[in-house]
Write a protein that binds this ligand. Structure first.
Ligand code: NAD
Length: 424
């Protein structure tokens, strides 16, 4: 993936949307820079006795709509500009999906796969200690993102409660259900992406049934999305992770088998599954082939899904995209220049700020449950998610149609309108 600066790209998009909306100068200035940036030094003792210092970040972009909200990412490429862009997109996303949260994001520059479990816990607890004064159920509510999960959120909650001598399950979302997490939170972003796709297709008079799909990134978001798209009748023909992937034109039927194979071998490449046998010997009988991670996006399919990191679709590969629909499950996967190329080609881009907002919607439901000491059944969570996603997708599709603009332009316009109204 290319090294376009996501924050520069995000600001460019804000400028265009602000001009279009004739945005008030004060609100424009408030959105053009984060409210607050916290940079942390995180020294921990490694298992071999050495001390190693990591760098942590929390960016609180804007709280016009409510407490800052957004994920924590553990990845070697985490830096301030990435966190600023991701926090800005959270501000927009919460406005579009219509939940009372602002935008935040953060993380640690680290490859968690190189740490032992106890080193990961010590690093997370050190992060939580330094975050404790600036987060809180009504202040800033972190959640999982790339390479973070329910276990990490549970450690943060525990450390926060110890540090502040409070009981405050609503300080983080994406916790395990045993520690106050919501049913359906792990699946929420993928499930929401499928609902957004279905709603947008409906507005275009199209049906997802039989459409072929390629997904880049088979982590939390990509793996759940794949299952929900299968339920809609889509055929998943290509999948990849950071190490490689596979392309099976007739469809990858058994996603559970691929997931189990990836769990065992550490990669998707080679996971050609027939029954319980998943290896290269099946490649020929399935008519499949290995692909490189970046090739997933240019495979001949109806729908391509970037579900990994930023800057996956750039001016270098945008013209090679054959799909007529790009469903952005990752944050910031398409650069501004690539967006223009896709728009000229007539490719429909369902933008990240709408497509992946199912995660923060269910995070909001989790926060509500914690605040009111409730536990919602899975059916209630998914029915509420369906309602929120359909309403947001319909608003975006109707505005795009009324203004003859792209779905991203419509989504940004809706977000700015909401923020303008609430900031008065
Ligand atoms: P994850 O760590 O669970 O999975 C990321 C996946 O991407 C892994 O399979 C990894 O191998 C793969 N990957 C990384 N680089 C790749 C490359 N160059 N090519 C192909 N695959 C690559 O993370 P996640 O939680 O699934 O998040 C994925 C994206 O979705 C991120 O952009 C994140 O910000 C966004 N997102 C996540 C959530 C959430 O609830 N977790 C919510 C909204 C948006």
């Amino acid at each position: 993936m290319k090294d376009t600066n996501p924050w520069e790209d995000a600001k460019e998009r804000l400028e265009a949307a602000a001009k279009q909306a004739n945005l008030d100068a004060l609100l424009h200035a408030r959105l053009a820079e984060p409210d607050r940036i916290i940079e942390m030094s995180l020294p921990i003792r490694m298992d071999d006795g050495r001390v190693k210092t990591f760098r942590g970040y929390r960016v609180q972009h804007n709280d016009i709509l409510g407490p800052y909200k957004g994920g924590l990412r553990y990845h070697p490429k985490v830096d301030l500009d990435e966190a600023k862009a991701l926090a800005f997109w959270m501000t927009l996303k919460c406005a579009i999906i219509d939940i009372p949260f602002g935008g935040g994001k953060g993380g640690i520059a680290v490859n968690p796969k190189e740490l032992s479990e106890s080193e990961l816990e010590r690093l997370t607890r050190e992060f939580a200690r330094k975050l404790a004064p600036v987060i809180g159920p009504d202040k800033d509510v972190p959640a999982p993102d790339v390479n973070t999960n329910a276990k990490i959120m549970d450690w943060i909650l525990d450390e926060y409660e110890k540090r502040t001598r409070t009981t405050a399950p609503a300080v983080v979302t994406g916790k395990s259900v045993a520690h106050g997490g919501s049913e359906g939170r792990a699946e929420a972003t993928g499930a929401g992406g499928a609902i957004a796709l279905q709603s947008i297709l409906k507005s275009l008079g199209k049906d997802p049934k039989g459409m072929t799909v390629a997904i880049q990134g088979f982590g939390n978001v990509g793996s759940h999305l794949a299952r929900y798209l299968q339920k809609l009748g889509c055929v998943i023909v290509a999948l990849s992770d950071s190490k490689g992937g596979l392309f099976i034109p007739r469809g990858i039927a058994d996603l559970n088998a691929v997931e189990a194979c990836k769990e065992k071998s550490g990669r998707i490449a080679g996971c050609y599954c027939v029954g319980s046998v998943c290896d290269l010997s099946n490649m020929e009988s399935l008519g499949g082939k290995d692909i490189q991670p970046e090739d997933t996006l240019t495979t001949p399919v109806d729908i391509v899904v970037p579900a990994a990191l930023e800057n996956a679709i750039t001016k270098e590969n945008a013209h090679k995209i054959q799909a007529s629909i790009v469903l952005e499950l990752a944050n910031g996967p398409t650069t501004t220049e690539a967006d223009e190329i896709l728009a000229k080609k007539g490719t429909i881009v369902i933008p990240d700020v709408l497509a992946n907002s199912g995660g923060v919607a269910v995070s909001y439901f989790e926060w509500l449950q914690n605040k009111h000491d409730e536990h919602w059944e899975e059916e209630h969570v998914f029915a509420s998610l369906q309602e929120k996603m359909e309403a947001a997708a319909t608003r975006v599709a109707e505005l795009a149609s009324a203004r003859s603009c792209t779905l991203r332009e419509a989504a940004y316009a809706l977000a700015l309108e909401k923020l303008s109204t609430e900031s008065r």
